[in-house]
Design a binder for this molecule. Structure first.
Ligand SMILES: NC(=O)c1ccc[n+]([C@@H]2O[C@H](COP(=O)([O-])OP(=O)(O)OC[C@H]3O[C@@H](n4cnc5c(N)ncnc54)[C@H](OP(=O)(O)O)[C@@H]3O)[C@@H](O)[C@H]2O)c1
Length: 227
């Protein structure tokens, strides 16, 4: 069965995903990593230490990166060019794109060579360049677009080692978590998912993935999100 790894298990989506995977009982062990126990995406040594702990047990067949920021410490998404701040932009890139790339660096080598292991990172539809008709949210959009490109690269590199392994980005829909709280005003009724529902929807999408889906981004309803 192998283990499952949730990075960002303290978050709305991360906790719901870890709980749902535990409930399903399809894995020998469910690892939960978060800042509360010393795992920080901006500290590569903490990522390597987490990977070393996982490597000592059953090989991970499912790794989900459920971290991300849209606002933090008084900073939020930029509405316009005048709002761009170099430090905040760098912070958003560090958490949303570079962090998941470092997680891939340390965890992808642990995926078993046989079977159909999955490495997934929570992305966002607004990271689609082709879909972007509204603008705004410069850092969040651009960092998620960068994440999607990094995931595609990881998928291509991994294919050379494991033909059936899968690397994807996932858009959970708009979910009622701390991340979306300040921006829920414009969400249509019925379109704001509870985290436990959103987790089950994403696990269904993961369940249905095929090796040829690797490198792509999928939304909660299974539809592919264009790059
Ligand atoms: N909610 C939505 O509507 C929505 C929509 C589209 C995409 N997404 C994506 O879904 C993912 C999960 O978001 P969420 O809604 O569950 O948000 P959330 O409840 O705010 O959770 C965010 C998680 O990221 C972690 N994190 C932040 N900075 C970190 C760092 N430096 N090192 C390690 N962990 C760090 C947080 O850890 P702490 O608890 O330690 O802060 C928390 O576990 C994100 O990638 C987000 O972009 C969400």
């Amino acid at each position: 069965m192998g283990s499952a790894v949730i990075i960002g298990a303290s978050g709305g989506m991360g906790k719901a995903l870890a709980d749902a995977i535990e409930e399903e009982g399809n894995h020998d062990r469910v690892w939960r990593f978060s800042r509360a126990d010393g795992f920080d995406l901006t500290d590569e040594a903490s990522i390597a230490a987490a990977a070393a702990r996982v490597a000592a047990g059953p090989a991970p067949t499912l790794v989900i990166v459920a971290t991300g920021i849209l606002h933090e410490g008084g900073h939020g998404p930029e509405k316009a060019l005048k709002d761009i701040d170099a430090d905040w932009l760098a912070r958003v890139y560090a958490i949303n794109a570079i962090g998941p790339a470092l997680v891939a660096k340390h965890f992808v080598p642990l995926l078993p060579k046989s079977g159909t292991p999955v490495f997934a990172a929570l992305s966002a539809r607004v990271g689609s360049i082709g879909d972007n008709a509204l603008g705004g949210w410069h850092g969040y959009r651009a960092s998620k677009a960068a994440l999607n490109m990094l995931l595609r690269n990881v998928a291509i590199e991994l294919k050379r080692r494991s033909e059936r392994a899968i690397v994807v980005g996932l858009h959970p829909g708009t979910v009622d978590t701390d991340l979306s709280k300040p921006f829920q005003g414009n969400v249509a009724p019925g379109k704001l998912f509870a985290p436990d529902r959103a987790a089950l929807q994403l696990l269904d999408v993961i369940e249905g993935l095929k090796p040829q889906d690797s490198g792509k981004v999928f939304a909660w309803d299974g539809a592919e999100v264009p790059f």
